[in-house]
Design a protein around this ligand. Structure first.
Ligand code: HPA
Length: 245
C-alpha cells in the first residue's frame, strides 16, 4: 500500500490521535539520524507516515534538528508528499492565537544550519528554483481539506523563520513585519528548501500559538502557548483527516 503522505509534527503534535500505528521504522541516513523512528500507520483507511520534528519526547530544539536526515529518511521510503505542522507566533492582525495558516511564502533569518544536500561530491553546482517555497498541489490539498472538514484557515501568509530557541524582541518582530512577514516560527527552514532539493511536494500547516513579541500587552508564557496549541493542534488534526476525505 502506498503511503499517501507524511506528516512532520511540531510542538504540540508529537502523535496523531486516531492513527492506528502499524510499526515504527528506524531509518539511518548518510546525514545521520532523524529526530526519531518513522511511525507508519493507518488513518481513515489510508496509509500515512509520521515523524515528530523535535523528537517523540520533544527534546530537540529547532536549531539542533537534523533536517537533512529527517527529509532524507522520508524520501528514502518513497514518500512524495509532506505536510509540515508547526507552531508559530502571529504578527499581522489576522494571525490570532489558535488560527491555522497555510503560508505561501517565507523569509529565512536562520544561520549555521546544515541546509543543503548539494555541497559535496558534486559534478556540477545546482541551484533549485525556490521562488514559491511551498508546493502548490499540497497547499491546494490543505485548502480543500479545510473546506471538507469545515475549518476556517488563513489561506496565505509569509512565514519568517528565526533561529531560536529564544523568542524574538519586539523590535525584531517590528522588523519582520516591515519585511512583509505575517507569522514567525523556527523550523520552516531549511526544511522547506531541503524538501524542494529532494523534489518532495511540501507545504505547511502553521498553528498560531501566541501573539509575537510586542503584538500584545501580555507577557508570552509557555502556559498560554500550550493552552492555545491544545485548541490549534486539535484543528490541525482535523485538517489532516480532511486530507483523506
Ligand atoms: N516566535 C518564534 N517561534 C514561535 C513563536 C514565536 O513567537 N511561537 C511559536 N513558535
Amino acid at each position: 500500500m502506498t503511503i499517501e503522505f507524511a506528516v512532520i509534527g511540531g510542538t504540540g503534535l508529537t502523535q496523531i490521535e486516531g492513527l492506528e500505528v502499524i510499526h515504527r521504522e528506524v531509518v539511518h541516513t548518510p546525514y545521520g539520524e532523524p529526530s526519531g523512528p518513522i511511525t507508519h500507520g493507518m488513518i481513515e483507511g489510508k496509509r500515512i507516515a509520521f515523524l515528530a520534528r523535535h523528537g517523540y519526547t520533544h527534546n530537540i530544539p529547532p536549531h539542533k534538528i537534523n533536517y537533512r536526515a529527517n527529509l532524507w529518511a522520508l524520501n528514502s521510503l518513497g514518500i512524495k508528499k509532506v505536510v509540515a505542522v508547526a507552531a508559530v507566533g502571529g504578527i499581522t492582525s489576522e494571525m490570532e492565537p489558535t488560527r491555522l495558516v497555510i503560508p505561501d511564502q517565507l523569509v529565512d533569518y536562520t544561520y549555521g544550519r546544515a541546509h543543503t544536500y548539494f555541497e559535496e561530491g558534486l559534478t556540477h553546482v545546482t541551484h533549485i528554483d525556490f521562488s514559491w517555497p511551498y508546493c502548490a498541489d499540497m497547499r491546494n490539498a490543505l485548502l480543500a481539506a479545510a473546506k471538507c472538514a469545515g475549518l476556517d484557515v488563513v489561506p496565505h501568509g509569509t512565514y519568517a523563520v528565526t533561529q531560536g530557541p529564544r523568542l524574538e524582541t519586539a523590535a525584531e518582530i517590528a522588523r519582520l513585519e516591515r519585511d512583509g512577514c505575517d507569522i514567525v516560527g523556527m523550523t520552516a527552514m531549511p526544511e522547506a528548501s531541503l524538501a524542494r532539493e529532494l523534489d518532495l511536494c511540501y507545504a505547511s500547516c502553521s498553528v498560531v500559538a501566541n501573539w509575537a513579541a510586542g503584538k500584545s500587552d501580555e507577557e508570552i508564557t509557555m502556559d498560554d502557548i500550550q493552552q492555545n496549541l491544545l485548541v490549534g493542534m486539535a484543528n490541525a488534526r482535523a485538517l489532516l483527516r480532511g486530507l483523506l476525505c
